[in-house]
Design a protein around this ligand. Structure first.
Ligand SMILES: *Cc1c(COP(=O)(O)O)cnc(C)c1O
Length: 450
C-alpha cells in the first residue's frame, strides 16, 4: 500500500538525512512528501503542511510554480547540461547578463558553482588568489563575524562561527580572525539598532587596523545572520565596513546566499547600505528553490588580475562538474523574470507589514524575549525568562516541541534552536500569514509548559 508508513519504512532502511540525529526519527518519523503546490506540501497520507520556511529558505514563488515548470520543460528538450569549460549556453549567458544588471554596481563578472558552500569557497579562493597574483603573498587570512554561517564544507565552515556546526571539526579548519558582531539582540535597553551596530563596528575597525596586512577579505552576511538564529543588525555596519575595507586594502565578501532575492525587503541586502562588495555570493533563492546553483559576482578589477598568458599560471582553475548547469540557469533566469513581471519587491512590503501585524501578539508573550523583523524574515526569540533573556537549557529542546506541534497542525516551522521564525514563499497570502502566527502561538504555548 502507498501511504506514509510504507515510505517511512523504506526511508529509514537506506537514508541518512542532513542536519539530523537519525535516532530522533525512531520517535518522530521523517515525513515523505508526495507533492507540492504553492505554499503547500502534501504527504502520502494526504495531510498538508504550509511551508512557512520556504523549504530551508530556497523557495520564493511556491512549489510546482507553473511559470518555472513551463520554462524547465522547454529547457529539458533543448539542453540539460554541458561541460562549462570551453563551452557555454544560452541560459547561462542570459542569467549572467541579468545578474550583472540587477546586482549592485561594479559587479560585472559572474562565476558559477553549484551550491552555496561552493560559492563561499570560490569567493575565499578568488580573494586569496587575487592578492597572490598581485604579488601580495602575505595575505592569507580572513576576518569573520561571531555567530556567522557560511556553509558546511571545510573552508566555508572555517569562516563560519556557529559552534554547533563548527566545534567538532575544529582540528580540520584553517584559522580565522573572529570579530564580535553587530547582533542587535544584545543592544542595551533603549539603544537603537543603528547606534548599537555603529558602536560594535569599532571592534571590526580594530581588527582591520591590526591585521589588514595579512588579511585577504572580510566575509559577512549582510543584515541577517540567518543560520545564527536569525540575528539582525543595521545597514550602517555595512556602510562602515565597506569604507574600512577600502581604507585598509581588504576585500569585502557579501554572502547573500540566504538574504538575496528580496528576503530583506530589497532585492539584495547590500542595497540598503548603498554598497557594492568585491564578491557577492548567491544561491538558495537564485533558482526559486528548484535546482542547486550558485553564483559569485565580482568586479572587473579582480577578473583582470587572473587574465594573462597561460604559462604565467594565474588562472582560476576551480571547477565543479555541474558548474553552470543549464536547467538550473534556466530556472534562475525564469525566477528573475518573475521579479520583473510581478512587482514582487513592492508586494512583499505589504506582506512584511502583515507579518508584523500577525506577530504583534508575541510582543507581550511571557516567553518571547524579542520579536524582530527584516523584510520577509520574522523571528521570535523563545526564552525561559523574558526580562533577563535567560535562555532555556538547550537540552530541553523546546524548539523541537514547537516544530512537532506545529507540524501536527499542518504548518512547517523548523526553528533554529529556540528561535522560531517565519520565512515564507512570496506567494503567501495575508490570511495564511495570520494562520502561521496562530499555529506558532499554540505551538509555543505547548512547548513552554512546565
Ligand atoms: C545556506 C547558506 C550557505 C550554504 O549554502 P548551501 O547551499 O547550503 O551549501 C552559505 N551561507 C549562508 C548565509 C547560508 O544561509
Amino acid at each position: 500500500m502507498v501511504n506514509n508508513q510504507s515510505f517511512i519504512n523504506r526511508d529509514h532502511k537506506v537514508l541518512w538525512h542532513p542536519c539530523s540525529q537519525m535516532k530522533d526519527h525512531e520517535s518522530f518519523p521523517i515525513i515523505p512528501i508526495k507533492q507540492g503546490h504553492g505554499v503547500w506540501l502534501e504527504d502520502f497520507d494526504g495531510k498538508r503542511y504550509l511551508d512557512a520556511i520556504s523549504s530551508w529558505w530556497v523557495n520564493l514563488f511556491g512549489h510546482a510554480n507553473p511559470i518555472i515548470n513551463a520554462a524547465l520543460k522547454d529547457q529539458l528538450d533543448k539542453l540539460e547540461h554541458v561541460i562549462f569549460a570551453g563551452f557555454s549556453h544560452q541560459a547561462g549567458i542570459e542569467l549572467a547578463e541579468q545578474l550583472v544588471a540587477i546586482t549592485p554596481k561594479g559587479l560585472s563578472k559572474c562565476f558559477y558553482a553549484d551550491n552555496g558552500s561552493a560559492a563561499v569557497e570560490v569567493a575565499l579562493k578568488m580573494s586569496f588568489h587575487y592578492w597572490r597574483n598581485s604579488g601580495q603573498t602575505q595575505k592569507t587570512q580572513f576576518i569573520t563575524l561571531e555567530n556567522s554561517y557560511h556553509g558546511e564544507t571545510l573552508g566555508a565552515l572555517a569562516v563560519g562561527n556557529v559552534a554547533l556546526y563548527k566545534e567538532t571539526y575544529a582540528p580540520l579548519l584553517m584559522d580565522v580572525i573572529s570579530v564580535p558582531g553587530p547582533d542587535c539582540y544584545f543592544r542595551e535597553d533603549g539603544e537603537s539598532w543603528q547606534d548599537y551596530s555603529e558602536r560594535r563596528f569599532a571592534l571590526m575597525e580594530q581588527a582591520l587596523q591590526h591585521h589588514a596586512g595579512s588579511v585577504c577579505a572580510v566575509i559577512i552576511e549582510p543584515l541577517v545572520q540567518c543560520a545564527g538564529n536569525m540575528r539582525m543588525y543595521d545597514a550602517i555596519y555595512l556602510k562602515l565596513l565597506r569604507a574600512a575595507c577600502d581604507k585598509y586594502g581588504v576585500h569585502l565578501i557579501a554572502d547573500e546566499i540566504a538574504v538575496g532575492f528580496g528576503r530583506t525587503g530589497t532585492l539584495f541586502a547590500c542595497e540598503q547600505a548603498a554598497i557594492s562588495p568585491d564578491f557577492l555570493c548567491l544561491s538558495k533563492g537564485l533558482t526559486g528553490g528548484y535546482l542547486p546553483l550558485s553564483a559569485v559576482m565580482t568586479t572587473d578589477n579582480i577578473y583582470q588580475a587572473f587574465y594573462d598568458d597561460y604559462h604565467k599560471l594565474t588562472a582560476f582553475l576551480h571547477s565543479h562538474s555541474y558548474t553552470g548547469n543549464a536547467l538550473a540557469c534556466r530556472a534562475a533566469l525564469t525566477t528573475i523574470g518573475i521579479f520583473q513581471q510581478q512587482a514582487v519587491i513592492k508586494n512583499n512590503k505589504h506582506l512584511a507589514n502583515t507579518m508584523a501585524k500577525a506577530a504583534q501578539r508575541f510582543n507581550e508573550h511571557p516567553h518571547i524575549a524579542e520579536v524582530r523583523q527584516t523584510g520577509m524574515i520574522l523571528a521570535l526569540e523563545m526564552v525561559k525568562n523574558k526580562h533577563t533573556k535567560q535562555p532555556y537549557p538547550w537540552q530541553e529542546r523546546r524548539g523541537v516541541k514547537v516544530y512537532q506541534y506545529a507540524l501536527s497542525l499542518g504548518v512547517l516551522l523548523r526553528p533554529l534552536g529556540n528561535v522560531i521564525y517565519f520565512m515564507p514563499p512570496y506567494i503567501i497570502t495575508e490570511e495564511q500569514l495570520f494562520h502561521i502566527a496562530d499555529v506558532a502561538l499554540q505551538a509555543i504555548n505547548f512547548a513552554v509548559q512546565d
